[in-house]
Design a protein around this ligand. Sequence first.
Ligand code: HEM
Length: 419
Amino acid sequence: MSTIPEEKTLDNSLQLLREGFPFLHSRFQRFQSDIFKTRLMMQNVICLHGEEATKLFYDPEKFMRLGAIPKRIQKTLMGENGIQTLDGEEHRKRKAMFMSLMTRPQVTKVANLAADYWWSAIGKWEKMDQVKLFDEVQDLLCRVACQWSGVPLPEKDVRKRAQDFGDMVDGFGGVGPRHWKGKKARRRGEKWIMEFVEDVRAGKIYVAEDTPARTILFYRDTNGKLLDTYIAAVELMNILRPIVAIATYITFGALAMHTYPECRQKLQANEDNYAELFVQEVRRFYPFGPFLGNRVRQDFEWRGHHFKKGTLVFLDMYGALHDPKIWEHPDDFRPERFRTWDESPYNFIPQGGGDHYTGHRCAGERITIEVMKVAAIFMTHFMDYQLPPQDLSFSLVRMPTLPKSGFVMRNVRRIQIPV
Ligand code: HEM
């Protein structure tokens, strides 16, 4: 039996907050190993890295989500007892419901809505002195998310709701005020969506047949019952919030176009589906989620190491996207690398790995890609803009992170399509 390299420490939680995204990576380097043990949140944690480890991590016989997601994350980012915390048959059935919302026609619907809102947003931005892309795209995507889902969103509430969804995401890596802000935003959001759930179920609000809201609100669980009001709200928010969160990737995409002007030119030509390669590289290159958690379901051995039932196990997401064993010159921004990518579900994991239907991999990956493509095309085909001096750097310590200025543009002009 081999011993897992171990960091001798009482607890490393504060160190994780101090180091941010590179926390796991620097230890894999130090131990020269794809596995090590540390202590976080006052418990032993085994940390794993690499493609083989990702295959292991997504084996439902060996791992479960029960008890793997800290309450502080549930109280900000994702809500309590939603799909992310389920295992077995209950997870499989509920995931099938989510995946039924991700068909090609539904994804196209979302992308078309995004295009409509981009077109009108550019008209609005033309009249503004300066435009902070991140905030504006959050608003735009909040409109898209609500319209697609069937949730009414009065115009006066757009900023408030978009900001709240943003704060829920921003709260996941924060302590103190940032965490409290995330919690408050979640409570407000849950109140809003729970009232909506009750009104729809009481027949006071009608939602159309083919909308995600109807699917989620009238979904019957493994015991044949409707989800209770709170869980239904959590699950509906599990599609609203992450659509708004795509604003982070879109802002990083704008940064990439600015930093690598040759990519901007290639987007303008958009030959051989270049926009798809570009957005994949944005999802690989820029940081969003640091790692994922699971608990050992039952004792097992892997590569001579013992995994004890109940142990918390983290999978290195950020490090996997920058691993030279997987990506040649990982610190170069090279969209073309995705032309020859083998499409393995275990080596490119910005939104989780494994199978979308049977595992916990992100249900909205295709929506994310298509909405990012719409943004990349609009920013290179249908608008001109200038950048005033600003701080576009981003911290690797803060989780989640963003270009500090939020990407401020001036002199936005709509480019008319020649007829
Ligand atoms: C799960 C990231 C967009 C819906 C996840 C997971 C990650 C993730 C890391 C967990 C994977 C795992 O546990 O193995 C992201 C990022 C997004 C994004 C970075 C873009 C900014 C979306 C969108 C939707 C969505 C647009 C829906 C419209 C979900 C759902 C789950 C999930 C329902 C839970 C899946 C499960 O537990 O089975 N996402 N996501 N996400 N995501 Fe996303």
